[in-house]
Every structure is written in structure tokens, then in C-alpha cells.
Design a protein around this ligand. Structure first.
Ligand SMILES: [Zn+2]
Length: 247
């Protein structure tokens, strides 16, 4: 009888884990998602915004697209949004817009994005970098062949996705030790000998106040978004971050 109880508890825990994982990734319907895009055009911000908007609409999310960070000053939008996806490489943001964005995320709105669109925006804004959890500094060698290693096999964002390789920019980033690293890449000595063997976060999650933050450094151009693993990680990360207010 005692053994049966123990087995029941184990099954209950396993079932809860599976259920929690699924819950995290199945709650995008009816979520209000704001997509803000722009900045350096060779990261194809509009292509990215259109692709992710189309996917979100297929999932019955309520999508608003904006080409300007001025929308962060719209209190009605910011008070009602569940998730902000931003894709603005470099560029600048005003102090007021930046504060409004940080207030929303700290208050429980999710934030998600990839590559330079989230991880190399507003280079002079350190509070922004503190919120995202990392800042791009270099991609040694430009476009190179590299591997992405899944670090958290059981995390719902990566579950079932195997290690993979791609030919793209291998982002070297300054990262916040507070991030939860989900996938990494290892640098060789080919371009900069002193970084040989460095294991760099590629995909992470973190908190900023009450908000969930998701980042992937993958996604330099249109072709990268067609890589099944890259896009799957992106949409799962977006879905997870959209559940931020459920925290
Ligand atoms: Zn790039």
C-alpha cells in the first residue's frame, strides 16, 4: 500500500510537470501582442514582424503592429497588452519611451525577441540591457558555421529539439548572470584565439520585475527564420512570454 502511494505521487508529479509545460505553451489565444519593429534594415525587421504576426494571428492572438517606439507612450495600449515583441536593431529610444517600456515589463507584460532586434537595440541605454539580460558585442568571423547546443532538454521551449548547426552570425554577447540559459554555442579559436572554448548563451529566459523576458540570438536574416529549429524556438519563446501575466 505504501509503495502504491509512492508510485501514485511520482505519477502525479510527472503528470503535473507535463501539464504545466503544456500550459505554458498553449496560452497564446486571445493574448494581446504588440510588435514594434524598425532599425537597421539588413536585419529585415518588417519581414520578421510580418512573419511572427501572421503566425500569431493563426493562433488567434490579437496583434498590433507599430513601426515606432512612440507606441510605448500609449497608455491604453500598454495597460492592455500581454506581450511586446520588439525587433529594432541599434537605433535610439527616448528616455520617456524607454521608461514606459520598462514600467510595462516590470509590471508583468512579457517581452520577447531575437538577434539584434532585442539584443542589440539602443546601445547607450543600460537599463534596457539590464531588462533584456544581454547585449551583442561582436560576431567573430561574420557568417560562420556553428552549433547550437540545447542546455535545458526538459524546458518546454526546447523540449524535443535536438542540437543543430547553422551558417549565420555567431553572437558574442555580454550577458547578465541572472539569465536562465536554455541553449548555448561554443566559440572556436579561428577568428579570435583568446575566446577558444567559450560557451556563450544563445537562448535564455529571465525576469524583469513581474515580466517574463525571452531572448534568442538566432535570426540574422530571412533564411535563418526558415530553419525549423530557429523558428520553433522563437514561437515557443513568444508563447511562454505571452503567459507572463499568469505569473
Ligand atoms: Zn545580424
Amino acid at each position: 500500500m505504501k509503495k502504491l502511494t509512492q508510485i501514485s505521487i511520482v505519477f502525479f508529479l510527472l503528470f503535473s510537470l507535463i501539464l504545466n509545460g503544456q500550459n505554458d505553451l498553449s496560452q497564446i489565444k486571445n493574448k494581446r501582442v504588440l510588435i514594434v519593429y524598425g532599425g537597421w534594415e539588413w536585419h529585415y525587421p518588417e519581414v520578421f514582424a510580418t512573419k511572427i504576426a501572421s503566425w500569431l494571428e493563426d493562433q488567434k492572438a490579437i496583434v498590433t503592429l507599430s513601426k515606432s517606439t512612440k507606441i510605448y507612450l500609449d497608455e491604453h495600449v500598454m495597460n492592455n497588452v500581454d506581450l511586446i515583441i520588439q525587433h529594432i536593431t541599434m537605433s535610439e529610444i527616448s528616455e520617456l519611451e524607454s521608461k514606459a517600456l520598462q514600467k510595462a515589463i516590470a509590471g508583468g507584460v512579457g517581452l520577447a525577441g531575437c538577434h539584434g532586434g532585442l539584443g542589440d537595440a539602443f546601445r547607450n541605454n543600460t537599463e534596457y540591457q539590464y531588462m533584456v539580460g544581454g547585449q551583442f558585442v561582436k560576431h567573430p568571423g561574420g557568417q560562420v558555421d556553428y552549433s547550437v547546443k540545447i542546455a535545458k532538454l526538459q524546458n518546454p521551449i526546447l523540449k524535443g529539439i535536438n542540437n543543430f548547426t547553422l551558417h549565420s552570425e555567431q553572437y558574442y554577447m555580454h550577458v547578465d548572470p541572472a539569465i536562465k540559459v536554455l541553449a548555448t554555442t561554443r566559440f572556436s579559436k579561428e577568428h579570435d584565439s583568446w575566446i577558444e572554448g567559450i560557451e556563450m548563451p544563445v537562448v535564455w529566459t529571465k525576469s524583469y520585475g513581474k515580466g517574463r523576458v525571452f531572448y534568442s540570438s538566432l535570426g540574422h536574416n530571412k533564411k535563418d527564420f526558415e530553419i525549423p529549429e530557429v523558428w520553433e524556438i522563437m514561437i515557443r519563446g513568444v508563447t511562454w512570454a505571452a503567459g507572463s501575466k499568469m505569473n
